[in-house]
Design a protein around this ligand. Sequence first.
Ligand code: HEM
Length: 137
Amino acid sequence: MLVFLQIIMGAFVAGIDAGFGFNTWPLMEGKWIPDNLIPLSPVWLNMFENHLTVQFTHRMLGYLIAIMAIVMFAFQFGQGASALRAWVTLIFLMIIAQILLGILTLLLVVPIPLALLHQGLAFVALSVIVVATTKTS
Ligand code: HEM
């Protein structure tokens, strides 16, 4: 569900070319939480039209997904069926690769091959998560 939401938010980043600004990592404008994050009114408009907010929320949700993948991976040791462990490991590796690709895409100011890889892996990862859910539940 979170990865699905993140893909939609990725489309907002690409849609308004928000990846062409704030090309530093991990900080944005020298800060973990940049100033002037919600300048537009009404507030929800920032989620779609403000480059800073759109990119910031895409980053933050990406980190949350990464933390969940790491926690899942860490807790799988010594428990569950081996098929479940294999799925968890695969999902963990894909999410880490996806985060690294996102950071590289940002730092190199959106080269098309990297942006395409980042977009493509997102859909592969979502598909793997859906299949894993049906196979293990
Ligand atoms: C689980 C984590 C992530 C997923 C599933 C994800 C997914 C996506 C998707 C699907 C797009 C492209 C949307 C489109 O073209 O329609 C996108 C765009 C982008 N993402 Fe991510 N993303 C993740 C994490 C990150 C992170 C951590 C960063 C940077 C710190 C990042 C940076 C970008 C940038 C710069 C773009 C715009 C590329 C462009 O203009 O074509 N992403 N993301």
